[in-house]
Write a protein that binds this ligand. Structure first.
Ligand code: FAD
Ligand code: MLT
Ligand code: ZN
Length: 465
């Protein structure tokens, strides 16, 4: 019996469509954090929607399992092959096809890199409402398939809120073209919603219409230090009230700052002293002195109320970038030091201080594991990173995942939180789906999967076991 990828390669014919040299395919088989590593005997790289349709039709006919992949920055193991599946990379579907300024909407293929789209829009006075640290690699198709969040959710929402239309190819090769550009189009079932956040299990996204925002005239960016983590919920409440165009409110725990400094001695922290927590506060504003003064007045009121102990305001774009670097550095620092179990969870913002303490206490029970805490304060989204310390063998560290997950998700569930805030379920969290969804919801998910992909060729084992 020939292997599935060999059946597909024979059918495809055209070698320009795929990679099969292990030296070329290895990078598609390993995820960004180096935790999920498989083999990819065949990586298919279509250039058009029609080619995607032909590939998927052949996969269904020949029983070939496929893992869709975009920028491969996902954090839950859903975009890399686990059992030698064929990878379908959308990276060559990378054209920005149309910009309709009156509709404030852009039509893109799914392999467009976020940073490329941001640059394109900036040149036209517009901005993408979703931004995240992986911007240089993540692609629009992957962001839609995971319903990515990022650092501006509190103002603009997730990817879901930006998508006006989608073109999706189903497992049998049917192209479902719903490239709606209208802001209002209330005509029956909103089919695109089924595919947003479906992590490659229901169809391959090939094109999207995204709504965009006029670029703000200016940003006001500050880094604030807190004397106690207990102040985080009150700070969130006050920041929402006092900065009317608040676009980001992000935190890095004080102990995490110390950890990152040790891992990256070049990291400059633009605020002196040690703080229990550092918080990035960013507001979109008009240009000019008045906007800067209003922002400074807001910060002063936070100081007067004792919500923050100190703050520094960026006076230039370079200084704003240095502030953002403090927030984005922990992701790289944990990866540089070793493997990480990344638990991306939401809890009601009021319980964040207690939850952070609980995570620290819990980590103490796992020798060789360091807890690294940061996240999106504005959304109650805590990134609990359980990071491998030097001296703990990879296998021993990986074997700890289920004990850590049981304890962490138990705590999250107990606090009425969610086991996935923005990274999705992938393979990492599928065993815990029942903590977040009712049996009837999971049964409906299975019905949808069976209907759209009867042979189960699309990303088997992702979301649903
Ligand atoms: P991939 O990793 O390639 O794929 C992700 C999932 O989508 C997989 O299940 C895959 O099968 C599926 N998929 C990919 N393309 C398609 C397609 N065309 N059709 C159907 N399914 C598809 N996430 C956040 O939400 N917020 C953050 O702030 C954030 N910050 C990050 C910072 C860094 C430094 C990094 C590396 C990642 C970060 N992420 C963040 C993780 C995040 O999930 C991804 O960056 C992004 O959403 C995934 O895009 P991707 O193109 O890399 O997708
Ligand atoms: C972030 O907010 O920095 C990301 O989601 C990435 C991560 O969790 O490390
Ligand atoms: Zn995040």
């Amino acid at each position: 019996m020939t292997a599935p990828h060999e059946r597909l390669r024979a059918r495809l014919g055209d070698p320009a469509l795929y990679l099969d040299d292990p030296a070329d395919t290895a990078r598609y088989a390993r995820d960004w954090i180096g935790k999920y590593v498989g083999t990819a005997p065949l990586v298919v790289r279509p250039r058009t929607t029609e080619e995607v349709a032909a590939v998927l039709a052949a996969c269904t006919e020949l029983d070939v399992p496929v893992v869709p992949q975009a920028g491969n920055t996902g954090m839950v193991g859903g975009g890399v092959p686990r059992a030698g599946e064929v990878v379908l990379s959308v990276e060559r579907l990378n054209a920005i096809q149309a910009f309709d300024e009156a509709s404030a909407a852009v039509t893109v293929q799914s392999g467009v890199v976020l940073e490329t789209l941001q640059g394109y829009l900036a040149g036209r006075g517009y901005d993408m409402p979703v931004d995240l640290g992986g911007r240089g690699s993540c692609q629009i198709g992957g962001m839609i398939a995971t319903n990515a969040g990022g650092v501006k959710v509190l103002r603009y929402g997730h990817m879901r809120e930006q998508v006006r239309g989608l073109e999706v190819v189903l497992a049998d090769g049917t192209v479902v073209s719903g490239l709606n550009i209208l802001k209002k189009n209330n005509t029956g079932l909103d089919l695109k919603q089924v595919f947003i956040g479906s992590e490659g299990t229901l169809g391959v996204i090939t094109r999207a219409v995204l709504q965009v925002q006029p670029a703000p005239e200016a940003f006001q960016t500050a880094l604030a230090g807190l004397s106690s983590r207990d102040l985080l919920p009150a700070l969130l409440q006050a920041a929402r009230a006092r900065f009317p165009r608040l676009s980001s409110l992000e935190f890095v725990d004080g102990k995490t700052v110390a950890y990152v400094r040790a891992a990256d001695p070049d990291l400059r922290i633009p605020l002196d002293g040690d703080h229990a927590s550092l918080v990035v506060i960013e507001e979109e504003s008009a240009s000019g002195e008045a906007a800067g003064e209003a922002f400074a007045t807001g910060l002063e009121s936070l100081l007067e109320d004792g919500l923050i102990a100190d703050a520094v305001v960026a006076g230039s774009e370079a200084q704003a970038r240095a502030i953002w670097r403090v927030r984005e550095a922990p992701t790289e620092a944990v990866s540089r030091r070793g493997l990480t179990h990344k638990f991306d969870v939401t809890v009601p913002p009021g319980v964040i201080p207690a939850f952070l303490g609980e995570m620290e206490a819990l980590a103490e029970g796992f020798a060789g594991v360091r807890v690294v805490l940061f996240g999106h304060l504005g959304d109650g989204n805590v990134h609990v990173n359980m990071a491998q310390e030097p001296g703990l063998a990879d296998d021993d560290f990986l074997a700890m995942e289920s004990a850590l997950a049981d304890a962490i998700y138990g705590a999250v569930h107990g606090r009425a939180g969610s086991i996935s805030a923005e990274h999705g379920i992938g393979v990492m969290k599928r065993a815990y789906l029942s903590l977040a969804r009712t049996p009837a919801e999971i049964a409906l998910m299975r019905t949808l999967k069976r209907t759209l992909d009867p042979k189960g060729i699309l990303n088997p084992g992702v979301i649903l076991e």
